[in-house]
Design a protein around this ligand. Structure first.
Ligand SMILES: Cc1cc2nc3c(=O)[nH]c(=O)nc-3n(C[C@H](O)[C@H](O)[C@H](O)COP(=O)(O)OP(=O)(O)OC[C@H]3O[C@@H](n4cnc5c(N)ncnc54)[C@H](O)[C@@H]3O)c2cc1C
Length: 511
């Protein structure tokens, strides 16, 4: 593409047989392409021989052009491209598109060089490997490829997604971006926020979300240390998949209402499990099921292997089948008693113990998605011309953006405050002091997401309801933000948890 042309050269190519135009100082010859243009021939003929930059960006995302690079025949003499094409790993230069700690000249007390290295490495990885696969799977509904799982395993990404801990010691993490021994909850936050930039909510859960919520029960509660290590190795190497199976049609929020039973055999060596589970993420492709069951005097948690009597089938939901949402039936499944996680009849502690991290991870994702939506809206408002003005020139639209930015920034700051407590509070104190605040934070983040999703669709108009093109991220977020408002604890339940924890801490004396 070394040839250069004047604007007069381009202007001559506005005939039936020869159709050229300019976009962003580049000259395109679409003479042979007009019939294939998805938007029809007429709109291309209207801009023949002209600079079509404004008309193009009024309708299209920049990425569209990269599909048609072979139509570009040269550049305009003495003119330079103004549009920025992001490269893998780049930070966005759009205001509020990155958290303040990544936005010069803002300072932040929480992040050091290892956080910056990890952020950079994970962004490159996401841009190069996760996003292309996520977008493809989101469309075709297939499950995550073994190739991507293997790649994540090799880079220690699967390990890091379980949060800080001994399992990271000695593991090479994204080319040594961070030492396992120094990995803290801010590194964990970065992993959570960078990963969701693939903009595919269904695939996001399909990408080993079952492991994030299920493996921790094995890591913290399996008594046989050798077996525990073997299972962790299988999962971290990507050879085996695991999920958390608590919810049933009969009981979701009210975990105590579970009806799946586990009855001990007469010789006391096995449990026989019968029952069902509903909406289990990654269940269809899992080998291990961390399962909530009813034993004689309460709830217990068993690690159940796929085998005789375990059946899984996909459930269709409003996000992509790539998530692997599953209905499970257990029919006289024989489970060795060694597979009991934690104590018999005290499984509620196993179930509750992981909730803080699960909910906090979901806030990381929701907050980052809100930010991406803010970025999309800011870009769109500067491109879209209505009534002869850019959308951004409408005060009503600026008010919507102000609300969206404020909601995003306030939740990121609250999230960082809570994350700092997680880094500095003994694990046993976290249940007492952070269960309520994390519940309130998740409730508030998904309420904010509701507002952001709603306003963003208004800003994008029809495109906000269209799965391809300019508004595809907005459509996806509006269709899927509710998953975070229900999964891991519904808003009402979490709000109530937060207030009940505050009630317990009220001073005894009347105020
Ligand atoms: C796509 C998807 C994936 C999931 N993945 C998993 C998984 O991997 N593993 C797993 O175990 N579960 C999973 N779940 C289940 C999820 O955690 C439950 O759906 C959730 O806990 C809510 O339970 P429920 O749907 O039975 O709603 P219910 O408990 O029937 O509640 C319905 C509504 O009632 C209201 N409500 C309930 N209790 C109260 C209260 N105390 N006060 C006020 N209002 C209340 C809330 O508005 C709530 O949304 C998944 C669900 C979905 C949809």
């Amino acid at each position: 593409m070394t040839q250069t042309f004047s604007r007069d050269d381009v202007a001559k190519h506005n005939t039936e047989d020869s159709l050229w135009f300019v976009i962003d100082a580049k000259v395109y010859d679409v003479s042979e392409f007009v019939d294939a243009h998805p938007g029809g021939e007429a709109v291309l003929r209207q801009v023949a021989g002209t600079d079509a930059t404004v008309a193009f960006y009024n309708l299209h995302r920049h990425e569209v052009l990269t599909k048609y690079e072979d139509l570009c025949i040269g550049t305009l003499q003495g003119e330079k491209s103004q549009v920025i094409t992001p490269q893998p790993g780049d930070l966005s230069t759009v205001p509020y598109a990155e958290p303040l700690w990544l936005t010069p000249p803002f300072k932040n007390p929480y992040y050091n060089d290892s956080h910056r290295r990890l952020q950079k490495a994970m962004r490159v990885f996401t841009d190069k490997y996760i996003t292309p696969e996520a977008q493809a799977r989101e469309k075709d509904g297939q499950y995550i490829s073994q190739e991507l799982i293997d790649r994540m395993s090799k880079e220690g990404i699967l390990h890091m997604r379980m949060g800080p801990g001994k399992h990271l010691h000695g593991v090479e993490l994204l080319g040594d971006a961070v030492k396992g021994e120094e990995f803290d909850y801010f590194h964990d936050l970065i992993m959570g926020q960078e990963g969701v930039r693939a903009n595919a909510r269904g695939f996001q859960d399909g990408n080993m979300a079952g492991m994030v919520i299920g493996l921790s029960a094995v890591m913290n509660f399996m008594k046989d240390q050798k077996r525990k290590k073997a299972i962790m190795d299988e999962v971290f190497s990507g050879k085996k998949k695991i999920c958390l199976a608590i919810t049933e049609a009969f009981a979701g929020s009210d975990v105590a209402g579970l009806r799946t039973t586990a009855t001990k055999t007469a010789d006391g060596k096995h449990y026989i499990v019968n029952g069902t589970k509903k909406w289990i993420t990654n269940g269809v492709f899992s080998d291990y099921f961390v399962t909530g069951v009813k034993t004689d005097k309460g709830l217990s948690v068993l690690l159940i292997e796929r085998g005789e009597g375990v059946e899984t089938k996909p459930i269709k939901t409003s996000y992509s089948p790539a998530a692997g949402t599953t209905y499970i039936t257990y029919d006289n499944v024989k489970v060795p008693v060694e597979n009991l996680l934690g104590e018999e009849n005290r499984g509620i502690y196993v179930i509750l113990s992981n909730f803080n991290h699960e909910r906090w991870t979901m806030v990381c994702g929701t907050t980052r998605m809100m930010r991406t939506v803010v970025e999309e809206c800011l870009k769109w408002c500067h491109q879209r011309i209505v009534f002869g003005k850019r959308l951004i020139d409408q005060p009503v639209i600026r008010q919507k953006l102000a609300k969206m930015i404020a909601l995003t920034e306030s939740h990121q700051s609250w999230l960082e405050t809570i994350t700092y407590q997680m880094c500095n509070m003994a694990y046993k104190d976290q249940a007492t002091y952070l269960g309520g605040p994390i519940g309130l934070l998740k409730m508030s983040a998904t309420r904010a997401a509701h507002e952001v999703a709603d306003e963003s669709v208004q800003i994008f108009g029809g495109r906000g309801l269209t799965q391809s093109g300019m508004g595809s991220v907005i459509e996806m977020f509006h269709r899927t933000y509710k998953f975070d408002a229900i999964l891991g604890g519904a808003e009402e339940v979490l709000g109530d948890l937060g207030v009940r924890q505050a009630m317990r801490m009220m001073p005894k004396a009347m105020l």
